[in-house]
Design a protein around this ligand. Structure first.
Ligand code: H2B
Ligand code: FE
Length: 352
């Protein structure tokens, strides 16, 4: 007999409090471990997430100036990478002003050099235009949730830390994305070993506003329902190498960028994003330890392999580092291509 699994957002009340690593119980290698003020701040934010029940207003966090400064600094680095090849945020507007075929051609030329998925860049620009995302303040979940729900019907739910892969994937099947609200420790703004508000709201949420990509997430989530433990592990790996660290083929033949990132782990880490798409590392803040063990000698040029259904067999058998840059990235043919490969594998899992 198959075990019970949550299928509605309200069902998630039973799992969302089961975090693996409570926000007030940081492991000893966490940059905030020795910082008592950071720990108590995290504990206050995660306590509100633990009290949350479906239907409650989403918790509002009054972020301190230092927290906002971390958001703003990382936002600036990521915005620079997002704008590569896109002519900055004005590129699209300049093309639009020309009108007609000339505008389309100019927009296509501008987009060729992009190192992030063009759908992602457009989603972030749209959210900024609507005042949902901004580099000036850490967004609150309520505004983000309403914006996302309007687009793809997905909801955001607060969570105090990492969930088990099963609980987290079951949430995706209910079109619910669990989001942490605390921000990474200011000593290491370029990197976090666990999800934080930058990773959730700037990495994951814009992509979940894109129907093809939201569908990919839901597909993995539905396949996780009642699945055996070994199937959960394989789906978690598939999630990791697509949703978290996936790349798309770019437009190298036309002189554009060879790779474009769509993985949220890349889109929220300036150093790893640059490396994954083959750009020089962005300048880091003074004294910043971008990521331990991640300097070029320790991390030679990564492998990039095509994401095919045959490659998924290798993906789901591969463990991956959580606290250093990835050694291998899988490259898909557009977000639809990634979704097709994931759907084909999900059908196999459901037939097991
Ligand atoms: N929990 C939370 N809170 N956020 C995540 O992004 C997350 C998680 N990712 N648990 C999961 C695990 C992912 O790495 C896969 C499915 O294991
Ligand atoms: Fe994530």
């Amino acid at each position: 007999r198959r075990r019970w699994y949550p299928t509605t957002p309200a069902d998630l009340d039973t799992v969302a409090a089961r975090t693996l690593q409570a926000g007030d119980d940081l492991s000893s290698d966490h940059p905030g471990f020795a910082d008592a003020a950071y720990r108590s701040r995290r504990a206050a934010i995660t306590a509100a997430a633990a009290r949350y029940r479906w239907g409650d207003p989403l918790p509002v966090v009054a972020y301190a100036p230092a927290e906002t400064a971390t958001w703003t600094a990382v936002w600036a680095q990521l915005a620079a990478l997002r704008a590569v090849g896109g002519g900055g945020s004005g590129g699209g507007a300049a093309a639009a002003a020309m009108g007609g075929a000339a505008a389309a051609a100019a927009a296509a030329a501008a987009a060729r050099g992009r190192v992030v998925a063009p759908e992602y860049a457009a989603a972030v620009e749209g959210a900024v235009a609507e005042g949902v995302l901004s580099g000036d303040a850490i967004p609150q979940l309520g505004g983000v949730d309403a914006w996302l729900h309007d687009r793809t019907g997905w909801r955001v739910r607060p969570v105090g830390g990492l969930l088990s892969p099963r609980d987290f994937l079951n949430g995706l099947g209910a079109k619910v994305f669990h989001a942490t609200q605390y921000i990474r420790h200011p000593s290491v703004p370029g990197y976090t070993p666990e999800p934080d508000v930058i990773h959730e709201l700037l990495g994951h949420v814009p992509l979940l506003s894109i129907p093809a990509f939201a569908g990919l997430n839901e597909t993995i989530g539905i396949a996780s329902r009642g699945a055996r433990d070994d199937a959960i592990e394989r789906l978690a790996r598939l999630y990791w190498f697509t949703v978290e660290f996936g790349l798309l083929w770019g437009d190298a033949a036309a002189g554009g960028a060879p790779y474009r990132a769509y993985g949220a782990g890349l889109l929220s880490s300036p150093g790893e994003l640059a490396r994954a798409v083959g750009l020089p590392a962005p300048p880091t803040a003074e004294g910043e330890d971008v990521r331990e063990g991640a300097s070029p000698p320790a991390n030679p040029e990564p492998d990039r392999r095509p994401l095919t259904l045959e490659a998924v067999a290798e993906v789901v058998a591969s463990s991956y580092p959580v606290t250093s840059f990835q050694r291998v990235y899988y490259v898909a043919q557009g977000l639809e291509g990634a979704a097709d490969v994931v759907a084909a594998y999900a059908r196999q899992v459901q037939a097991e």
